[in-house]
Design a protein. Structure first.
Length: 120
């Protein structure tokens, strides 16, 4: 686990406000549903990314990052998404050691990010 960068847990309030304005089917609002989906999919993606980096599967790691970057950005976790993008670039460039280093920070920030999203 890396040291947590507090900026990785910041949520863009404009994105949250936009999502909260959208109508949703059922009783829960769309943002709450999206946060639940993000919690599951991001945890899976981080685990898959760790494995891909451990086995030096750069292409697979970059693909996982690309997907995770999109879902994080869509929920308002723009700093987290930006950091995932940095890892993706390192994977594409073949610098897996740096990608592994940055992954520790994402993993450390993830629980706090989920808590911030739940409070948003």
């Amino acid at each position: 686990m890396g040291v947590m960068d507090d900026s990785l847990t910041q949520i863009d309030p404009r994105v949250v406000a936009e999502l909260r304005r959208l109508p949703a089917r059922g009783s829960a609002d769309l943002f709450v549903k999206l946060v639940g989906l993000f919690e599951i999919s991001s945890a899976e993606a981080l685990a898959q990314l760790q494995i891909a980096l451990q086995i030096s599967a750069a292409g697979q790691a970059a693909a996982i990052c690309h997907k995770l970057k999109s879902i994080a950005g869509n929920i308002g976790a723009v700093a987290f998404a930006r950091e995932v993008g940095r890892i993706e670039r390192h994977c594409v460039e073949g610098d897996l050691a740096r990608a592994r280093d940055l992954l520790g920070g994402l993993q450390a920030a993830h629980p706090t990010l989920l808590a911030e999203l739940a409070r948003s």
